[in-house]
Design a binder for this molecule. Structure first.
Ligand code: C2O
Ligand code: CU
Ligand code: CU
Length: 490
């Protein structure tokens, strides 16, 4: 880039950051593919050139587009075939995160889609309404492929969600938000690369991007607005709030509706988690959804200094009286039958482990040569229960229909623990009942530095040795470095 154009870019960036609180760019809404009247969906993974900043193109990956992919609406009780065409130049896979489908269509690391080839999966949707998503799961490359732009929503509808009078006009008052952090140099997204320390912390960018848009605004009806939040960041944990501190209402967690709305002013979300919230704009005006960048572990001084707590604008909502309001906040959303401890037939424990560092706690001595990347020596690698992810090893076998309790403990920082093929309930967090915002169906849960969670679930779909399910940390750098395992269900 020559001097003039880089000056031009800095001017643009100055303009963009000046306009940050105002919302400078209209939000991009991913294309909607509704499978109500179709049973075949065609998705093409390809290389793209996306303008995060006007006039400056970045090398990206996208699905049917330059960056990210379409939203696919699915219906309980229906079957749909999805064909993935891989034109990105390297092999990958596409996993359905949050889907309750058998292992052979789950899209784990075994379900290779070679470069230039296609793979078709048939999905029978049997689960309740929820906000799920899809993303690559290629062994050792998940972080890089997601960072470059491969991710999108699966929105599942059922009888209940279709009957409730919730805001349901896609992109108007039912708004999908893929929240990510990225790094830019002169307006261009930095290509993905991480050093040892970043493998430990997870990749953390300084710029907040939503649906590929920076400093986004959206005109919405003067009424209820439903936001479907997905934290699709590699590692960043956010605390969402509204700019005037007004209350909002949580209506759904990862795997479906909560029983009744939970009124809150702040909501923390780790990588992989989804929540649906309702914002009241009936009085008109504007309000901005903010995200505070939380450190890996709120007690960690080194990380606090590295990335001071700052709040970034995610999306400015501008009430527009010309748009027709629709929907309300129902008092009752769903009935959730709680799993009881007595029903548990198998208990398993999972210890997330960042490996031996030799010098104790993080922060004492910076980078430690014994540890870190996917190539570090076996004894000190990221692992779960002492085993680093090994595609030729099945870590355990579960039985169809059994109710299992998984007790998961963290290590040195907060980790988002995720399980494929199932939604679970949080029986306890550090021995106490979970907060109201976690009393619902989940598939990804933050496990604190010294804490533990107890998760209860029942497996209703099969996963064979050839196509097992995964359990892993959803900090994508940790996953790629080995903090993952596999299990069968039969
Ligand atoms: Cu969202 Cu195994 O991942
Ligand atoms: Cu998943
Ligand atoms: Cu982790």
């Amino acid at each position: 880039m020559n001097v003039v154009s880089s000056l031009f870019v800095s001017a643009l960036l100055a303009l963009a950051s000046h306009a940050a609180s105002a919302g400078a760019t209209r939000l991009t809404i991913p294309e909607l593919i509704d499978t109500k009247d179709k049973s075949h969906v065609e998705l093409t993974l390809k290389r793209g050139a996306h303008e995060f900043y006007p006039g400056v193109k970045s090398d990206t990956l996208g699905i049917n587009g330059d960056y990210l992919g379409p939203t696919i609406k699915l219906y309980r009780g229906r079957h749909v075939d999805i064909r993935f065409n891989n034109q990105i130049g390297v092999a990958t896979t596409i996993h359905g995160h949050g889907l309750h489908v058998p292992g052979n269509v789950d899209g784990g690391p075994q379900e290779t889609i070679r470069s230039g080839e296609s793979r078709t999966i048939g999905l029978d949707i049997t689960q309740r309404a929820s906000t799920s998503w899809y993303h690559p799961h290629w062994m050792g490359k998940t972080a890089e492929h997601v960072y470059a732009g491969l991710a999108g929503f699966y929105l599942i509808e059922d009888e209940r969600s279709l009957t409730l009078n919730l805001p349901k006009r896609y992109g108007i008052n039912d708004i999908p938000l893929i929240v990510q952090d990225r790094s830019f140099v002169a307006g261009q997204m930095r290509p993905y690369s991480v050093g040892r320390q970043q493998v430990e912390d997870g990749f953390r960018g300084d710029t907040l991007v939503v649906n590929g848009t920076i400093d986004a605004y959206q005109n919405v009806p003067q009424g209820w607005v439903r936001l479907r939040l997905l934290n699709a960041s590699n590692a960043r944990i956010y605390r969402f709030s509204l700019s005037d501190s007004r209350a909002f209402h949580l209506i759904a967690t990862d795997g479906g509706f909560v029983e009744s709305p939970v009124t809150i002013t702040q909501l923390n979300m780790g990588p992989g988690e989804r929540n649906e919230i309702m914002v009241d704009l009936s009085r008109g005006g504007r309000v901005t959804l903010m995200a505070e960048f939380l450190p890996t572990d709120p007690g960690d001084q080194r990380l606090l200094q590295q990335s001071p707590r700052t709040s970034k604008s995610v999306l400015e909502l501008r009430a527009d009286p010309r748009l027709a309001a629709q929907g309300e906040l129902p008092a009752k959303l769903a009935t959730i039958t709680a799993y009881s401890r007595e029903a548990v037939v198998v208990t398993r424990t999972f210890r997330l482990d960042m490996g031996n560092r030799g010098n104790g706690r993080r922060g004492t001595n910076g980078v430690n040569g014994q540890n870190g990347g996917a190539n570090a020596n076996a004894g000190s690698r990221f692992n779960i229960n002492g085993h680093s992810m090994d595609m030729s090893m099945i870590n355990h076998s579960s039985k169809l229909g059994d109710i299992e309790l998984w007790r998961v403990t963290g290590d040195r920082m907060s980790h988002p623990f995720h399980i494929h093929g199932v939604s679970f309930q949080i029986l306890s967090r550090n021995g106490s009942a979970p907060a109201a915002t976690e009393r619902g169906w989940k598939d990804t849960v933050m496990v604190g530095e010294r804490g533990f969670v107890e998760l209860v679930m029942r497996f209703d779909h099969a996963a064979s040795e050839d196509y097992p399910y995964m359990f892993h940390c959803h900090i994508l750098e940790h996953e790629d470095a080995g903090m993952m395992g596999q299990f069968t269900v039969r």
